[in-house]
Design a protein around this ligand. Structure first.
Ligand code: WTA
Length: 656
């Protein structure tokens, strides 16, 4: 975050009360009501969660034990049996909701579809039966690599229906990144499409699948199911690739939902960390279903009449929790949009809101800052009066963007929920409840009931009011990450031993810096580790560095984030070259493209800076702090006495 942003946040004193009309009909109507829920959850978490689980979800069999906490491993609703696909579909079929629209899809170019709960149930059953016909059994992993089309939600619900954990890989990731994830998850089947639309062009994602699987690249993969989306010609490999529309014809309309153990893995979602390859975050069935259900209901104040549009791609956790599972578990109507603002259609987001009467809009600060830059004439030219609640997620929102969102999009009548959470937390952890919590622009305000958050130092001691520290969670919660797939040790050390446990008290380390103000409000400042947040997308510096050094010209690389007005952060790569290679604009361009090919366009560095040597400590560690300062044009702050070779710094300053 830039110095100016930090200063504006530190001075932020404005307070916005939830509008009275909103509070009157809200699920949670006042700060007192929030406080009593919070207190109840704190004093007796097991009863709090058990009562909600009983009331809000359907169980094939009730649990024996609410929580089995053997730090840092938690089991929730032990012995209980349920199915999230059942909770998202079947249970709505015996009510008026059967013919309610479950999913509104706005496709490109100009395509669209509305799917009722009854129809969605039928399509999910058919896909589940097709998966079975491809040999998928309970426990087998299924890769999903798709554009934003209804079949991506159908595929997820079909997998969870038969107990096959899915691993959704964002469609913007490259073949290499896809391959890494499929290899780690040992996926048996992949569901993909012949292409998708992205900013007026077709993206050929099936080619990426072919590349990832070439030369038996992922030996576990036996079959590929391909959805016809664009109709462009693609390669279909006999006995491996099958068209979904053909399988669908043969598949029966009914597929009973498999009663899953509460702790059976539900899905694996890969996310970036400080070291090594992206890690497979494992979520399980019961806790995730309950937590995403109740957070959707209370934080988005979801009612039967609402139309919720979460703009995140399903490839990220936000899409999993608040586009698919949370809204559908509540019987809500969820919107999926394949497009994005672009020169040929800059007002498209506002068109979607107007067209469908969206009531709840959930997006990222990067998008909001982009909308700001495009100007308020675009939203003001549309009727956005259906909106009643706005949400923000993925990165810190600066007060100026918050105010613009509040005023221009929300017409000063919609509360804003600034929601802090992570892939690992499964659901929203810090947030206002819109009918209850007074809002401060830039603050994620208070913990959700059942969550005990604290700002601590590296010894785990709480820091003082308004002092910066590490954001940590003190207690287990239902949708917490259960483990890193096939790497419980990494789970333990990354999240629970970063702050050394004391007297059996484990603290979950979030990787974020934060401060708590005099009202107990949390202000999240951004990552404190080697994770860069580009436009709300998490990337590990290590991943980008590995991509850079895999290019023949590169000897060494160090990657840092640099503050950016729109994207929050952008990537700067410092590079030293192998013998025989020389800095040039052409090479910089080639290296940027190389990273995009290796990981995906979202990881393309904004800047490549060639240098003779990287600043290192005597023990050989790259001093990223120094590079961060240099990248953002600041003076090199802090101690540099451990630098091995001080002349390196001078050369870097000189832009060498
Ligand atoms: C950041 C996305 C400030 C944070 C749900 C976190 C936020 C990372 C906020 C997780 C917010 C998310 N304010 N920062 N409201 N929400 N973050 O796993 O750095 O893709 O650690 O999950 O995004 O990113 P992830």
């Amino acid at each position: 975050m830039s110095q100016a942003t930090i200063e504006s946040i530190l001075q932020e004193e404005r307070l916005f009360q939830p509008p009275a009309e909103f509070s009157q009909t809200a699920h949670i109507k006042s700060l007192q009501e929030y406080q009593s829920l919070y207190d109840k959850a704190k004093s007796d978490p097991e009863t709090f969660w058990a009562e909600l689980a009983e009331k809000e979800l359907h169980w094939f069999q009730k649990w024996d034990k609410v929580l089995d906490w053997q730090p840092p491993f938690a089991k929730w609703f032990v012995g209980g049996k349920l199915n999230i696909s059942y909770n998202c579909l079947d249970r709505h079929l015996n009510s008026d909701r059967a013919d309610k629209i479950a999913l509104i899809w706005e496709g490109e170019p100009g395509d669209g579809l509305k799917i009722t709960y009854r129809e969605l149930h039928r399509l999910v059953c058919k896909m589940a039966n097709s998966l079975k016909s491809m040999g998928v059994q309970k426990g087998d992993r299924v890769g999903i690599y798709m554009p934003m089309i209804p079949e991506v939600a159908i595929a997820m619900l079909a997998c969870t229906r038969i107990g096959a954990p899915h691993t959704v890989v964002f469609g913007g990731f490259s073949a290499e990144a896809l391959k890494d994830r499929l290899l780690d998850a040992e996926a048996k089947v992949i569901i993909t499409a012949d292409g998708g639309w992205r900013k007026d062009a077709v993206v050929h994602i099936k080619d990426q699948v072919d590349k990832a699987l070439a030369d038996d690249g992922v030996p576990s993969v036996e079959k590929v199911i391909v959805v016809r989306r664009t109709g462009h010609p693609i390669n279909m490999q006999p006995d491996r690739d099958y068209w979904w529309h053909e399988l669908r014809k043969a598949a029966a309309d009914e597929c009973p939902a498999e009663p899953m153990d509460s702790e059976d893995p539900l899905f694996i979602l890969y996310t970036s960390g400080t070291t090594g390859k992206p890690k497979g975050v494992v979520h399980t069935t019961g806790g995730y279903n309950l937590y995403t259900h109740i957070t959707t209901k209370w934080i988005f104040d979801l009612k039967d009449t609402d139309i919720l549009w979460c703009t995140a791609d399903v490839g990220w956790i936000t899409g999993h929790s608040y586009l698919v599972y949370g809204p559908l578990s509540n019987g809500g109507t969820t919107v999926m949009y394949e497009g994005a603002p672009r020169d040929s259609n800059p007002g498209c987001m506002w068109d979607v809101i107007q067209k469908y009467g969206v009531t709840i809009f959930y997006t990222a600060p990067t998008a909001i800052r982009t909308f700001m830059k495009m100007g308020e004439a675009l939203p003001l030219a549309r009727d956005l009066s259906s909106l009643r609640l706005l949400g923000s997620v993925g990165e810190p929102i600066n007060p100026a963007a918050w105010m613009w969102y509040y005023r221009v999009i929300g017409g000063e009548r919609c509360p804003i929920v600034d929601t802090w959470w992570q892939t690992e937390t499964g659901g929203i952890m810090l947030t206002p409840l819109p009918g209850a919590t007074p809002m401060k622009p830039g603050a994620t305000t208070l913990p959700f009931p059942g969550i005990e958050a604290e700002v601590v130092d590296l010894d785990g001691n709480p820091v003082g009011e308004n002092q910066g520290g590490y954001l940590a969670i003190k207690n287990p919660w239902p949708s917490m990450i259960r483990t890193v797939y096939r790497n419980p040790n990494r789970y333990r050390t990354t999240y629970w031993e970063h702050i050394p446990p004391k007297n059996g008290q484990y603290l979950y380390f979030t990787g974020d810096g934060a401060r708590k103000d005099k009202d107990g409000y949390f202000w999240v400042m951004g990552r404190v580790d080697d994770v860069i947040n580009v436009a709300g997308h998490r990337l590990g510096t290590m991943e980008v560095e590995s991509a850079l050094v895999s290019h023949q010209a590169v000897a060494e690389a160090a990657v840092v984030g640099k503050p950016s007005d729109i994207k929050g952060e952008e990537i700067v790569g410092f590079v030293t070259l192998e013998e025989g290679y020389f800095p040039s604009d052409q090479l910089a361009k080639e290296l940027k493209q190389h990273v995009a090919n290796e990981i995906g366009a979202l990881a393309r560095p904004a800047t490549i800076q060639f240098c003779e040597a990287l600043p290192k400590t005597r023990s050989g560690k790259i001093m990223r702090r120094v590079l961060r300062n240099l990248a953002s044009g600041q003076e090199v702050a802090g101690d540099t006495s451990t630098l091995e070779d001080r002349s390196v710094l001078d050369k870097l300053r000189g832009g060498a």
